[in-house]
Design a protein. Structure first.
Length: 549
């Protein structure tokens, strides 16, 4: 029997005729700083918002791409400089703030009125305005100072910490970080959003870190890794790190394990279980040689190389013993792990992933592609590279005793009853779960799905019972990643609320949206006095202490 589908917000406008109302305004730069503006809930009913909702919800994403100059503009939206937006919660009372991360590269660009030489993801928009040979030398000099920790430590090659967030340390002595895949996070003050310092690894040759740190289940430890490259001899090694609440020294982590990878894969996230950390090294790789970087003006994604017919190397690290087991898998490329857990007394590991286009990071987020979605959606999920992005969330079942692996897909019971909405059910990214179930057996994933850029939906996926899958779609409202906050008195996995930021294309205005997680229905929304441009990630820190300015 197929489930009856409940569309949370009814829409009778055919998606095929969507006209992207207000979409371009979603990408308007907004570097304006503001603090502690009280928000007003649209319903006017303050009892709608749970009284237990407290702490600070923070979003991190691009907000400034130009500085007044008519030349040297970014071609990739993700190269835009990061801005933090925060929502301070005291039940229904919410206060809204926003401030740019004042990295040295950002401040140098502000002072000059033009982009200063720096490492970027993509090439500049106009090839004729690329970095000169002298400016490339300037980038190398900045990087060298970073790596060897000499000079004033400022004016470095890359310090744009967009788009991740994390808390190091315990809840009594927290340290808040803005993150990217480069292993130099920015520390910031969560109350004022002031930029505090750029943290550096002890070994400056850490070429790659990871935006999505993980909390070691059952502890308040932080788990991360660094991909270290010898630029002369090419010997690569991965170091898996643990930071305990008592150790907030970023340069001095506990090294849990090391292993030698077979290829320099693009890695944005990993998974943890109660005993293991799981790393997928896919066929999408980087050529990190100085030759490639010089040739491509230090635009990193221009050095991406997809290794056809190469398997994905999976390294399963025992967090208790440091033992590393390697298993080969036929896995599609992805950016985000969803969750992982153990069964059969730890002899089997389950990992859920959100596959994506291998070239999406380079092509999908190009500004020209993002701001010009098709006026008519054909319903096919092909990216600008022509590669299908229709791959659905996938479960990998690893048998540690035999080294074998199985892949499992999930049913879609909406396909017959509501074909229009069914396409979102298993094809989504930016996955969010109840963090109490991190590394443990679970059922519920909350995700964001997009077709043709602007046809976005919010998804609640039940991996244990597909009859409970739900979708929220609102015509010309452009959604983003959700974050789950658990009801402290709840007993079910989905007892709590979801927070997200949505852009109303018709009003050309952002709003904070609160969703009741169990029913997946809207509780209330509050329109914002300052828009938040398209962004990827956010995190709620319930322990965060705050005051009003």
């Amino acid at each position: 029997m197929f489930c009856k589908f409940y569309l949370t917000i009814a829409t009778f406008v055919a998606i095929a005729n969507a006209d992207n109302v207000g979409w371009k305004s979603y990408f308007a730069e907004n570097p304006v700083e503001f603090h502690d503006i009280p928000l007003v809930w649209e319903s006017g009913n303050l009892t709608n918002i749970p009284t237990w909702l407290s702490g600070i919800f923070v979003r991190n994403g691009p907000a400034q791409l130009t500085f007044g100059s008519e030349k040297r503009h970014f071609s990739s939206w993700l190269d835009g400089f990061a801005k933090l937006h925060s929502f301070k919660f005291d039940g229904a009372n919410v206060y809204f703030s926003g401030k740019m991360i004042e990295s040295t590269t950002y401040m140098d660009s502000v002072a000059k009125g033009e982009l200063v030489p720096q490492i970027t993801l993509n090439a500049l928009a106009n090839p004729e305005e690329e970095w000169t040979l002298l400016e490339i030398g300037e980038i190398v000099a900045k990087m060298t100072k970073q790596w060897f920790h000499f000079g004033d430590g400022k004016h470095n090659g890359f310090d744009n910490s967009n788009p991740g967030l994390w808390r190091m340390g315990g809840i009594e002595d927290p340290m808040y970080l803005a993150l990217t895949d480069y292993p130099y996070p920015q520390r910031f003050d969560i109350n004022t959003l002031n930029t505090m310092e750029l943290l550096s690894p002890a070994n400056g040759f850490g070429m790659s870190g990871c935006t999505h740190w993980q909390r070691e289940p059952g502890t308040d430890n932080s788990i991360n890794f660094s991909y270290k490259t010898d630029l002369i001899f090419g010997n690569d090694v991965v170091e898996v790190y643990r930071y305990t609440p008592d150790n907030r020294d970023y340069a001095k982590p506990e090294i849990v394990a090391t292993f030698i990878p077979h290829k320099n894969s693009a890695i944005h996230s990993f998974a943890v279980t109660e005993s293991y950390a799981v790393f997928f090294f896919p066929a999408m790789t980087y050529d990190t040689s100085l030759g490639c970087l010089f040739e491509n003006k230090f635009h990193v994604l221009e050095c991406m190389v997809y290794l056809e017919d190469e398997p994905t190397d999976v390294f399963i690290v025992n967090l208790k013993t440091g033992e590393v087991q390697e298993i080969k898998a036929d896995a599609w490329f992805f950016q985000h792990h969803i969750n992982a857990y153990e069964i059969n007394e730890g002899r089997e590991v389950i990992v859920d992933l959100s596959p994506s286009d291998p070239f999406g990071l380079k092509e999908y987020v190009k500004i020209e592609n993002m701001i010009n979605p098709p006026e008519i959606s054909d319903g096919f999920c092909f990216t600008p590279t022509g590669v299908s992005a229709c791959s659905e969330i996938t479960r990998y079942h690893f048998h540690l005793d035999t080294g074998s692996v199985e892949t499992i897909s999930f049913p879609n019971l909406m396909a017959v009853e509501n074909h229009t909405m069914s396409r979102y059910v298993n094809q989504f990214d930016f996955p969010t779960i109840n963090e109490a179930y991190r590394g443990k057996e679970y059922c519920i994933i909350y995700g964001w799905s997009a077709y043709d850029y602007s046809r976005t939906a919010l998804v609640k996926k039940n991996t244990c019972d597909a009859t409970k899958d739900k979708v929220v779609y609102m015509e010309n409202h452009y959604t983003s990643e959700m974050f789950f906050m658990a009801d402290p008195e709840g007993t079910n996995e989905d007892d709590g609320v979801l927070e997200t930021v949505v852009f109303d294309g018709e009003k050309e205005q952002s709003y904070l949206l609160i969703i009741e997680a169990s029913s997946f229905t809207i509780i209330d929304k509050a329109y914002l006095p300052h828009n938040i441009p398209w962004s990827a990630h956010g995190m709620h820190f319930p322990e965060a202490k705050w005051t009003l300015s």
